[in-house]
Design a protein around this ligand. Structure first.
Ligand SMILES: Nc1nc2c(ncn2[C@@H]2O[C@H](COP(=O)(O)OP(=O)(O)OP(=O)(O)O)[C@@H](O)[C@H]2O)c(=O)[nH]1
Length: 643
């Protein structure tokens, strides 16, 4: 459902463009400046900022307008979503990876350098947002004047507020007939104490109010507080992998300057490198000889392996003693899934694709894993299900690596009963991110599951169904606040496993797309959990097993058996699908066998016809993976937990 919505957004995006640009746009583009040496711009005239907003509130469109207005790209050039470079971003119409653009802007006869970081809006990619914010002094908080404040707006506001950043509130889409800027201003005032007089009103699509946004960026945001005379020091806040140049690191220089040929060292790994290339992103890459404190730029320096670019690392000149900069709090993956090659001969290709992609997406954690049915593979940790889907799509599109994904799971903690072994190891609590490793029930003393605080903002007419949905997902209501006459903000304490798979889709369909949802980690709580085994003809398929709360075991077992019955094609033998907990069968479905002889209806004909038919049948089966002598289509694993 969510996917469908996203695909729709991207399609509509492609046909929408007929932008009428405000007159001043054209003027600015015509005045396009001569080549300016960015390193000569004094620190007082640098502004580093980011645009943060709920998904689809128009960040990338505003970024496009800012690029056009400052002459970085041609107006009406047909270049849309310039900063959304990845194929998956363009196809799905979402931003996945934060991007940077260094822009020049003439204001009051002075040239300013504006470093803009475009960030993703979806809850799964909030680590990209918090990472980008460390290089910024302020943010544009963009809110759709039609949709109003949404859950992600609240989360983003507090993220920026917690980082002591200056916040410029901006209402977008004022061109829409149904937009109601006054109502949204009131929401901002009641929730965040923002003075309605300070709120800018723009239309990023039509280019209305863009000049005012740039002016506020210059007047409201402070210049970066950096020291150009101190020895070089920079924060590595993002990295990507280039097939020819290896690792490219995005850095924010807080002290001194960096030249090509300088020798630098990493605080984290103590490894040393020679700077080979420096560039600014305008947003096209432009190579420069020097980067100065206050600037954001890209460094290429012989880093060979993706793991060397440690996000949050401090880089400095060899021989200098510097204080490491305040890095990032490491992000914890929330959803885990096994990833296996389609067949073992593709193992090496898949491994190198995963390694390269994890550099561009450092939020993914990788552990080696193996399974009797699927062979050697990896267990990867993701920030959410969309993150997982985007990752597997990128694996295929960017690296041509076909992979099988197993059902997603969260990290559970299990307290084991005291034994001589646990006493000796001192490890009576184990973390389990793979249901296959769940201990025997007899050994378990207590189980714990990860919890989140979920924030939902919805029009009040959908309150009833949404509250029932949350209850059904074992949520406990913490608060309910009216943010204006029609909208309510709800907060729920919920188990993470109940929301990772399809909670967001269910919420959207219950509220006709009007409710929004965001969540944050809320530790662990004791819970009654059991492992559900799935048996095909009596043989347990570990890849399909999952952990479930006892109150839901019966229903989930039935659903799972029915789903597998639909998904597994009929075969030459009868198949019994059973869902069991601790040896007790909770549900059973039977898949009837095909009649054995596919050639039996061939009356006469020579032997080659029979052979052809049998060969076709064999080819069809080859496409499937054999598990317990039963062919299971590869999509089964990922589809299985989507209710
Ligand atoms: N009518 C109108 N539509 C707008 C305006 N700004 C953006 N849009 C549309 O809103 C949709 C989402 O815009 P994006 O810029 O992709 O939104 P985003 O916030 O970058 O989305 P994510 O990257 O997924 O977080 C697109 O279809 C835009 O054309 C505006 O000012 N007016």
């Amino acid at each position: 459902m969510l996917l469908k919505q996203l695909v729709f957004v991207s399609v509509s995006r492609n046909c929408h463009r007929k932008i009428k640009l405000a007159g001043s746009f054209q003027r600015f583009y015509c005045d396009k400046k001569k080549e300016v040496d960015f390193s000569e711009i004094p620190v007082e005239r640098i502004r580093n900022f980011s645009i943060i907003a709920h998904v689809d509130h128009g960040k990338s469109t505003l970024a496009d307008r800012l690029l056009e207005f400052t002459g970085a790209i041609k107006p009406n050039s047909g270049q849309n979503q310039v900063l959304d470079k990845l194929q998956v971003e363009r196809e799905r119409g979402i931003t996945v990876k934060a991007q940077t653009a260094s822009l020049l802007y003439q204001w009051n006869d002075e040239q300013y350098l504006l470093n803009l970081i475009d960030t993703p809006g979806h809850v799964d990619f909030s680590n990209e947002v918090s990472r980008s914010l460390l290089a910024c002094q302020g943010v544009i908080l963009l809110v759709d004047a039609n949709d109003g404040v949404q859950a992600q707006t609240v989360a983003n506001f507090y993220l920026a507020f917690g980082n002591d950043l200056v916040i410029i509130p901006v209402l977008n889409k004022i061109d829409l007939k149904n937009s109601n800027p006054d109502r949204v201003c009131k929401q901002l005032e009641s929730l965040f104490d923002i003075n309605p007089k300070e709120v800018l009103k723009i239309s990023a699509k039509l280019g209305i109010g863009i000049e005012a946004v740039l002016e506020r960026v210059i007047t409201d945001l402070p210049a970066p507080s950096v020291n150009r005379t101190a020895p070089f020091r920079a924060l590595l806040f993002d990295s990507s992998y280039d097939r020819y140049r290896g690792v490219l690191s995005m850095v924010y220089l807080t002290d001194g300057s960096l030249k090509i040929g300088d020798h630098i060292e990493s605080c984290y790994s103590k490894k040393q490198y020679e700077v080979k290339m420096l560039s600014l992103l305008k947003p096209q890459e432009q190579q420069v000889d020097k980067l100065m404190a206050g600037q954001i730029g890209m460094v290429s320096c012989n880093m060979r392996s993706p793991q060397e670019a440690h996000i949050g690392d401090t880089l400095y000149l060899i021989g200098q003693t510097v204080e490491p900069l305040h890095g990032f709090t490491p992000i914890r993956p929330m959803v885990f899934a096994g990833v296996y090659p389609m067949d073992q001969s593709q193992h090496v290709t898949l491994r190198s694709a995963i390694e390269k992609l994890t550099l561009n997406d450092s939020a993914v954690t990788v552990e080696i894993d193996s399974s009797p049915a699927l062979g050697q593979g990896w267990r990867l940790g993701f920030l959410g299900l969309l993150h997982l889907e985007v990752f597997s799509q990128r694996l295929q599109q960017e690296y041509g690596a076909e992979a099988i994904l197993t059902a997603p799971s969260v990290i559970y903690k299990v307290k084991l009963k005291p034994t001589k072994q646990t006493f000796k190891d001192g490890t009576d609590i184990v973390c389990i991110n793979n249901p296959a490793l769940w201990p025997d029930t007899v050994k378990i003393e207590e189980c714990f599951e990860p919890m989140v605080i979920g924030t939902i903002i919805t029009p009040d007419k959908y309150l009833g169904p949404i509250m029932s949905l949350c209850m059904e997902r074992r949520g406990v209501q913490k608060s309910a606040v009216n943010i204006d006459n029609e909208r309510v903000m709800l907060q729920y304490d919920m188990p993470l496993c109940e929301i990772i798979v399809d909670f967001h889709d269910a919420l959207k369909s219950l509220s006709s797309g009007y409710a929004s949802f965001d969540y944050e980690d809320n530790g662990y709580t004791s819970s009654n959990l059991v492992k559900m085994n799935i048996l095909l003809n009596g043989e347990a398929i570990e890849e399909l097993s999952f952990i479930v709360h006892t109150s839901k075991a019966q229903t989930m077992g039935k659903q799972m058996a029915l789903k597998l019955k639909d998904m597994i094609p009929r075969q030459m033998v009868n198949i019994a699908v059973q869902a069991t907990v601790g040896g007790k069968v909770l549900a059973r479905q039977d898949i009837k066998a095909y009649r054995k002889d596919v050639t039996q209806w061939l009356y006469g004909g020579d032997v080659t016809r029979r052979k052809k038919l049998l060969a076709q049948q064999a080819a069809g089966k080859k496409k499937m993976r054999m598990i317990a002598n039963i062919s299971v289509p590869r999509d089964t694993f990922i589809n299985v937990l989507k209710r």
